[in-house]
Design a protein around this ligand. Sequence first.
Ligand SMILES: Cc1cc2nc3c(=O)[nH]c(=O)nc-3n(C[C@H](O)[C@H](O)[C@H](O)COP(=O)(O)O)c2cc1C
Length: 179
Amino acid sequence: MARALVVYESVFGDAKQIALAIAEGLATRLPVDVVSARDAPAQVPAEVRMLVVGGPTHAFGMPEEATRESAIEDHGAEIPDTSFGLHEWLDTVQLPPHINAAAFDTRMDHPTLITKLDHAARIEEKLLRGLGAALAAPAEHFVVVDPEGPLADGEEDRARRWGTALGELVAARPANASG
Ligand SMILES: Cc1cc2nc3c(=O)[nH]c(=O)nc-3n(C[C@H](O)[C@H](O)[C@H](O)COP(=O)(O)O)c2cc1C
């Protein structure tokens, strides 16, 4: 049976909150699993028809070991293992053929010119394409009011609605279609 999988990285809990809300939206159309990158499977099962990945924007991109260390030093974050997160998972995971995918990130609110350059989802999408996934929808960006959160008002609801839209999109497609 077709399923969805949401894989996230989150330092302060905001991207996790978004991932859970997206999963709630997806769950209106198909069964969903939501896991942190640390707990995500090395090989995504064939029944997964929609993979959603996301995490925080760090230093204009995705979190890496050095930015996770900065989060600990500068913001008192607690990260048990700074060497592994979403980027590292996407570097090694194997995806089934014809999988649909979508990316999200959380970030601070910046002027449009900066936000065009500044988001982790751009790199997430590049890694997904490199793995052969078909991007089912443009990436979404969710705003936090401070580096340590919380999410801006309405962002969790927006994530839930986006999840529902992604679920409808996949439910409308035949099993071997992508793109
Ligand atoms: C080391 C570090 C670098 C960051 N760099 C950026 C950045 O370049 N652009 C931005 O919008 N937010 C930046 N932020 C804020 C994060 O995007 C914010 O902490 C994150 O979205 C919160 O999500 P989380 O609670 O899931 O970790 C940075 C935060 C940290 C800790």
